[in-house]
Design a protein around this ligand. Structure first.
Ligand code: GDG
Length: 733
């Protein structure tokens, strides 16, 4: 089993003076990782994190020997003073507020930034020292954003993944960061960069475009992986005798009172003031609820030495006492305010006893509390989740009741609605969410991330077509079931100034005719529309299966008709996008818009360079902002910007094509010149059940393991391919 080094700011253990030793600590990331099942994920995990040098040397050794759960720990020792500047002055005073859209709380500091650089360097050096060949490095969160850059610079062979646990803000906010370039230039070095939500990924892409002027990250190096929880553990916890004891104890006092529960770390992003105001509004506007509902708010102390947090605590406590004063009676206290953490059994009991869980974060990377509440619910009498639409969990918990925490009146109305939500609806909604979390737990989250990381290419030089036009592996082809997926523009036919001028040349047609007579199956996979492919291929005296619009349409020579592989519903975005592209096209001389059915493209090859590039940057940004959460991909190719349905993807098409076959071929060859062909290469090179050879035409960066220097060598390659396929009349039926 390979080793995966998890790296985060802190180790998942904290020093406890009473026992003079370390014990397992809690927190979002820790809860998620502790639940990972190594056998499911397929990796043996070890954890690296910082300990400050004020902890005696002997204790540091103890930390090393104290596994967190079953994970070995490797402390990285950092001077306490340096840690303070890195953690408090930069991570918490700059990145945290800025990334959570709290610009007024950002406190820039030169020293903070210098310390951030220094600590990130120390962490990266410790990783380099600890890691061995074949290890995977998985770096976590906003405190360590410079680590991927240093690691890849010093050892490009290391496989490095990075996961951001907090939101990535809109580029409008991000570009205010003085160190925006340094941060982006490091993050793009990761082999895989993961976010909780698609909107964060889109913001990141637009930031690359706006700040660096380009998006150098291959599509497969970016991904959305909403974190989950250790579902099984929470299920077991809900049945544990200690939890039952808490339930019995509280039930006796609670009686008929309904509880709205809040569990939040003391932080301005958690929207605590807004929540209290909404609760006050509930009691004011709906007097019939007074005496019947109580807000049970647990606030976990956090960053207690920071003045901003002290001020927030004071404001919360003032508001709590004012509401209790206004609506309380000797027999009724509207808000039960608890300012300390509770045991996991007590937490589980509170989840089970509360009719409503309220998460009112103004911004929250994900929010695990909402997921924990769902899996702790009783099947027969479940509660309701009121969930801020600004929490990443909003995309996962599709049946939660959405709130905009800034709208106090509406939130109060939703609180009322949630308190009286019919039982049968609650049951259906909660079961659907629970079932999802049963399958998609924290192990699944890590497994998917690490699987994708496994398949991201590690810098390796492609093998260039030798002078004799024959790759050595072509000797393997004779007598085998071979399938060839081949692109058209820039591969079978040279690129032309006007796309409509592109034509197959006579020598290529001759070669294709001969290939069509071999036992190999040749499939043309193009971004072009159906009509164009028909013109090029259907009047020939040979026929091939054709895939148009990146695989959205498929033509089978046996059926002699086109099949639409993408559903109508997933194309609702198209009309709006066409309007935007036309607006850009009308002000850019020499450019035009092409409607390809499942994709729309803006071409600006013949436009004044600088102006068109400038508009292309703007357009990419506008599209990514407006298409957040739509099932589309925005791609920048060679002087084209294309928006296409995610299902109209060459990789997806090839995968479906192989899946529909009764037998897998022995060998699959894919060849193409464009960025859209990378999807095909990535998909194929990630498969272990079939031998694949992917060939990039051109010198640009690619994941393909083989390359032809330019389109001019394609003929040469096809000739040798033909020869290597061997006797023509063979049959495998
Ligand atoms: C960051 C991001 C993202 C809380 N109080 C008690 C207690 N907890 C546990 C909860 C939960 C965890 O702490 C809190 O996780 P959250 O996700 O809600 O929030 P952050 O700590 O801010 O985490 C966040 C997360 O990273 C993971 O990516 O979701 O958006 O900000 O597990 O159960 N546990 C116990 N007693 C308490 O009083 N035992």
């Amino acid at each position: 089993m390979s080793r995966c080094l998890l790296v985060s700011n802190r180790l998942p253990v904290t020093y406890d003076e009473n026992i003079n030793n370390f014990k397992s600590s809690s927190g979002g990331l820790v809860s998620a990782i502790k639940g990972l099942d190594a056998t499911v994920v397929g990796c043996a995990f070890e954890w690296m994190g910082i300990l400050t040098d004020d902890i005696a040397g002997e204790l540091i050794e103890k930390a090393r020997q104290t596994p967190a759960g079953n994970l070995a720990c490797h402390p990285i020792v950092v001077p306490k003073d340096l840690y303070h500047h890195y953690y408090n002055e930069y991570s918490n005073n700059v990145i945290w507020p800025l990334f959570h859209y709290e610009r007024s709380l950002v406190m820039h500091s030169e020293k903070g930034w210098r310390s951030y650089c220094q600590v990130n360097l120390l962490v990266a050096e410790a990783i380099l020292k600890e890691s061995k060949d074949g290890d995977t490095i998985w770096v976590h969160d906003f405190q360590l954003m410079l680590v991927p850059g240093v690691l890849k610079k010093k050892n490009p062979k290391l496989r490095v993944g990075f996961f951001l646990h907090i939101p990535f803000p809109s580029s409008e906010i991000f570009r205010e960061l003085p160190q925006r370039k340094e941060i982006l230039q490091s993050l793009i070095k990761a082999d895989l960069l993961g976010f909780h939500d698609l909107s964060y990924l889109n913001h990141f892409r637009s930031s690359l475009q706006r700040v660096l002027g380009e998006n150098p990250m291959p599509e497969k190096s970016l991904g959305v992986y909403p974190i989950s929880i250790d579902t099984q553990n929470f299920r077991e916890l809900s049945e544990a005798p200690d939890t039952k004891a808490f339930i019995e104890k509280y039930k006796a006092n609670k009686k008929e009172m309904k509880w709205i529960l809040g569990v939040d770390r003391l932080d301005y992003i958690k929207g605590l003031i807004l929540k209290l105001r909404a609760f006050r509004k509930l009691l004011k506007e709906y007097p019939e609820e007074r005496g019947k509902v109580q807000l049970v708010q647990i606030v976990i102390p956090s960053r207690t030495e920071v003045p901003e947090y002290q001020k927030l605590k004071a404001r919360i406590e003032q508001l709590v006492s004012s509401i209790n004063g206004e609506f309380g009676t000797p027999a009724y206290m509207p808000i039960s305010y608890i300012y300390h953490s509770v045991s996991e059994n007590e937490l589980s009991a509170l989840y089970q006893l509360s009719e409503v869980m309220h998460i009112g974060s103004t911004r929250d990377g994900m929010n695990l509390v909402s997921l924990e509440y769902v899996v702790s619910q009783n099947e027969k009498y479940p509660g309701v989740v009121l969930l801020s639409e600004f929490a990443g969990a909003h995309s996962t918990l599709s049946y939660a009741m959405s709130i905009n925490p800034w709208n106090i009146g509406e939130t109060a109305r939703k609180m009322k609605e949630a308190l009286h939500h019919p039982e049968v609806k609650r049951r259906g909604e909660m079961t659907a969410m629970k079932n999802f979390l049963q399958r998609y737990n924290s192990s699944e989250w890590a497994r998917i991330f690490l699987r994708d990381l496994q398949y991201t290419a590690i810098e390796r030089k492609a093998v260039v077509l030798p002078d004799d036009g024959k790759f050595p592996w072509m000797n393997l082809l004779s007598g085998k079931r071979v399938v060839i997926f081949c692109d058209l523009d820039g591969t079978l036919a040279p690129i032309s100034r006007f796309p409509s001028d592109v034509r197959l040349q006579q020598n290529t047609i001759d070669l294709l005719r001969q290939i069509s007579r071999t036992t190999a199956e040749f499939v043309v996979v193009s971004g072009r529309d159906k009509e164009f492919l028909e013109e090029q291929f259907l009047d020939q005296d040979f026929t091939f299966p054709l895939a148009a619009c990146h695989g959205a349409y498929y033509y089978s020579p046996f059926e002699e008709e086109w099949v639409n592989l993408v559903s109508h519903d997933s194309m609702k975005w198209k009309a709006g996008v066409l309007d935007i592209l036309k607006l850009y096209s009308s002000r850019t001389p020499g450019s035009f818009v092409e409607d390809k059915g499942h994709a729309v493209t803006w071409h600006y090859r013949n436009s004044p360079n600088e102006f068109a590039d400038f508009l292309a940057n703007k357009l990419t940004f506008e599209l990514e902002e407006s298409l957040t959460n739509q099932p589309v991909q925005v791609n920048r190719g060679k002087k084209v910007i294309e928006v296409k349905s995610v299902n109209a993807n060459k990789g997806y098409f090839v995968e479906q094509w192989l899946q529909r076959r009764e037998y897998l071929p022995d060998i699959v060859i894919a060849i193409g010149d464009d960025t859209t062909d990378e999807d095909m290469f990535d998909m194929l090179q990630g498969r272990s059940d079939v031998k694949t050879f992917c060939i990039k035409v051109g010198k640009e960066k690619s994941h393909a393991r083989y390359s032809l220097p330019d389109q001019g060598r394609v003929g040469d390659f096809l000739e040798n391919l033909l020869e290597s396929l061997g006797p023509h009349e063979n049959s495998f039926s």
